[in-house]
Design a protein around this ligand. Structure first.
Ligand code: AMP
Ligand code: ZN
Length: 469
């Protein structure tokens, strides 16, 4: 498998730290609103990467955080006159619903920044001890960027150019106690009405870059295989994560850095601040979210992708083509004669896996992988008929399911053969499991039902369910 590594700006063969394992960290959203479809792009593409690595036999440990302390959350909490926790918890839940709709698997761990503050304080203490950080009069702690020997290695920026570009601000910066314009905040003092935590320097809160360093190390280790996120995070977020982590731990932070391109609208980055966004929820009112997932995967993850109604319609039509081929196979299977697929047929069918895997091995080229799926669909439509044997039809069906499964696309209509009584029985079993505090089993049942298109809703009147349409 080759991965384009932002560090080297080249495709490199992926070599895991530990054989058969992938340790991966993906920067998650700041939770102050419903996520927009630009935020969904990294979720979908790196979920697909994870699924592919799992399909190739790797044991993937996938960590993705929620940034639940931030200026924007504080602003929203003040506007609504509620606590920051209420805002962040609300939007974490909403984000998880969107992820479910997009068929993005839950991470192995979803740490929240506010639950990891102790670790952040420890990291900052360590950096101060090692002379990589300093405290100013008001208790702000800054990172001494110039001490970091290879600062700029990820974003390919030259430290002197950075400073020259900000000569004027440098003078201003001196007045706030910073030694150097390039220095960035590790810990900042509280302001009126903001959440804060006690620390040896002042009551306050951590800087954003510090959060990810701590969560990545705690849940994955000092050195990880892959760190990922949108390309806007390369500088300064990821550059500053590298500077702190490597200064504190003395080892390389991440071997590979993967960054997705922007989702644009009319050629401009979709973002909350520009107001040119659609939330995932907006889209779900018009389309099955599988269409959005398919739309995202139809482009290479590093290319910019322009959102448009035409492209969404094309994605919808493409998905229908795949589903129709699958339904035809199901239909033919009902009356097909017994018999196995011949060796030649099996080999011909396996060629599509090969094409698909070759595309995915080439820096997750989902655009070409989707083409391989369409070629398979064409092959199914031209070769499967009333005289095909069960073995042959099943081989085609398994192949199509295996490829679409890696892309996280649901093409089976699984609700058909699940009777209401089966659903009720599972719901009762879930209630029993909950009563006995067996929440793992309860969640498992909920997920099992969800996969079959059954959505559960816990209400005051008990559990209600409906079939997804
Ligand atoms: P944020 O909540 O802004 O920190 O963003 C969460 C994730 O979404 C980060 O990995 C961002 O890089 C990514 N992201 C935000 N906007 C876009 C966009 N328009 N296109 C692609 N990725 C984006
Ligand atoms: Zn991060």
């Amino acid at each position: 498998m080759k991965i384009f590594n932002t560090l080297s700006r080249q495709k490199e063969e992926f070599k895991p730290i530990e054989d058969g394992k992938v340790m991966m960290y993906v920067c998650g959203p700041t939770v102050y609103n419903l996520i927009h479809i630009g935020n969904a792009r990294p979720m979908i593409v790196f979920d697909t990467f994870r699924r592919y690595m799992t399909h190739r036999g790797f044991d993937v440990r996938y960590v993705s955080n929620f940034t639940d302390v931030d200026d924007k959350i504080i602003k929203k909490a003040n506007e609504e006159n509620v606590s920051c926790t209420e805002i962040s918890e609300r939007y974490i839940e909403e984000c998880k619903k969107d992820m479910e709709g997009l068929n993005v698997l839950p991470a192995t761990v979803h740490p929240k920044a506010t639950e990891e503050i102790d670790g952040m304080i420890e990291l900052i203490k360590d950096l101060i001890e090692k002379d990589y950080a300093y405290v100013t009069e008001d208790g702000t702690v800054y990172f001494r960027t110039r001490r970091s020997k290879d600062y700029g290695k990820l974003s390919h920026k030259n430290i002197d150019d950075l400073e020259a570009g900000h000569g004027r601000e440098l003078k201003v910066a001196g007045s706030d106690g910073k030694e150097d314009y390039l220095d960035f905040v590790l810990w900042k003092p509280k302001k009126e009405g903001e959440p804060f935590w006690p620390s040896p320097w002042c009551d306050g809160r951590p800087g954003w870059h510090t959060e990810c360093c701590v969560m990545a190390k705690k849940y994955l280790g000092a050195t990880i295989d892959i760190h990922a996120g949108g390309e806007d995070l390369i500088f300064p977020h990821h550059e500053n994560e590298i500077a702190q982590s490597e200064a504190a731990n003395g080892v390389e932070f991440s071997h590979y850095w993967m960054h997705n391109g922007f989702l644009n609208i009319d050629g401009e980055k979709m973002s909350k601040s520009l107001g040119n966004f659609f939330t995932v929820r907006d889209i779900s009112e018009k389309y099955d979210l599988q269409v959005l997932r398919f739309f995202m995967l139809s482009a290479h993850y590093r290319s910019p992708l322009n959102f448009s109604a035409e492209l969404m319609e094309a994605a919808k039509a493409g998905l229908v083509r795949i589903k129709t081929a699958y339904e035809n196979l199901e239909f033919l299977l009902k009356n097909a004669s017994e018999g196995d697929a011949s060796k030649e047929d099996a080999d011909r069918i396996a060629e599509y896996t090969k094409k698909f895997d070759d595309a995915m091995d080439d820096d997750l080229n989902t655009a070409d992988a989707v083409s391989a799926v369409f070629e398979l669909v064409k092959f199914i439509n031209t070769t499967a008929n009333e005289s095909s044997t069960k073995g042959y039809l099943n081989a085609l069906k398994t192949e199509l399911l295996s490829l679409t499964d890696v892309l996280g696309l649901i093409i089976e209509n699984k609700t058909e053969d699940l009777l209401d009584s089966d659903i009720e029985a599972l719901i009762n079993e879930r209630q029993e499991a909950r009563k006995h505090k067996n929440f793992a089993r309860a969640d498992e049942i909920r997920d099992e039902l969800l996969k079959k298109g059954i959505i559960l809703e816990d209400t005051r009147q008990g559990v209600k369910w409906k079939r997804a349409d």
